[in-house]
Design a protein around this ligand. Structure first.
Ligand code: ZN
Length: 309
């Protein structure tokens, strides 16, 4: 879900539709899931060429089945009003592809030099459970034999809904300039630059994983890493990658918990399956302390002409 520069290409097709202004909420327009579904498209020939240039020769557009379209519409409907408003104004295209190698999942990229965005997602996500998706991602932190000892259980939403929440939070962030402001409530006290945490956090083992460029860790480090995470304001190890990933993770999990009564548990087990320790990041004091700021953010409304509402 990091956005590699090599993927930040320009889509060739103009897929944007005029947003359909459905109703007024708090004096601002709010948008139906259907107005965002209208941006569903296929990656252009030019985009496919960019994938090929990046060595991903088999990436191609995925034709959504009726059931898959319904799942996508449901995931869009699950987004907060702020997210749907911003997407309705700024989403250029939403597309699904097959053939992404490895564990790639999704990316959000600026559409050329415009202020609109393309979201591209791996189509097989639609059929994945949230727990499987999260466990696969988390296991990258640990080396071979240790991988089976860490498992993540995520409940409340589908993997697709979670990924769309995460990626669309990047669009909200970029549109409202949230993490660009180092004094913003969800940035200040945590980050001193996009990828630089404050000194107190920089020394924590939770900030020395592969999500910040370190090599994979032995399994014996896992409990120490998650105990360290519990002392931080981060809801996941992936949050430590940058201020924008932190925001996307925090907002997504806040919505999963508040709106869908969901939960997040990381279990560390022995090789033979005995539970050693379980962690619930949504209960970490440092994470909960940030929830009022997330709530305040989600209460904002986007006024296209004036920027942030
Ligand atoms: Zn991300």
């Amino acid at each position: 879900m990091l956005t590699p520069l090599k993927w930040a290409f320009v889509w060739g097709l103009a897929l944007a539709a005029i947003p359909e202004r459905e109703s007024m909420a708090n004096g601002h327009p709010s948008y139906s899931p259907q107005s965002i579904m209208a941006r569903l498209g296929v990656p252009s020939a030019q985009a496919r060429q960019r994938f090929a240039d990046a060595g991903m020769r088999d990436v191609h557009a995925h034709d959504l089945t009726r059931t898959e379209r319904a799942a996508v519409e449901q995931a869009i409907a699950a987004l907060p009003v702020l997210h749907r408003q911003v997407l309705a104004e700024r989403l250029h295209s939403l597309s699904f592809v097959d053939g992404i190698p490895g564990e790639g999942t999704g990316l959000t990229s600026r559409s050329g030099t415009s202020d609109s965005y393309d979201i591209t997602l791996r189509a097989s996500l639609i059929h994945e459970s949230l727990s499987d998706f999260l466990t696969t991602k988390e296991q990258r932190v640990f080396d071979g034999a240790a991988r089976g000892t860490v498992a993540v259980r995520g409940e409340g939403v589908s993997a697709l809904t979670y990924v769309l929440l995460h990626e669309s939070t990047h669009v909200v962030d970029a549109t409202l300039g949230l993490t660009r402001d180092l004094g913003a409530p969800l940035v200040s006290g945590v980050w001193t630059a996009r990828t630089d945490p404050v000194a107190r956090l920089a020394s924590e083992p939770a900030l020395k994983t592969s999500f910040r460029g370190a090599p994979p860790l032995p399994g014996s480090d896992s409990i120490g890493v998650y105990r360290s995470l519990s002392r931080t304001p981060f809801v996941s190890l992936y949050s430590t990658a940058s201020s924008s990933e932190d925001l996307a993770e925090l907002v997504s999990w806040y919505v999963v918990e508040r709106q869908f009564r969901g939960s997040l548990t990381i279990a560390v087990r022995t090789q033979d399956g005995r539970l050693l320790e379980a962690f619930e990041p949504l209960r970490f004091p440092g994470v909960r302390a940030r929830f009022p700021s997330v709530e305040a953010l989600l209460a904002r409304r986007f006024v296209p002409d004036a920027g942030a509402g």
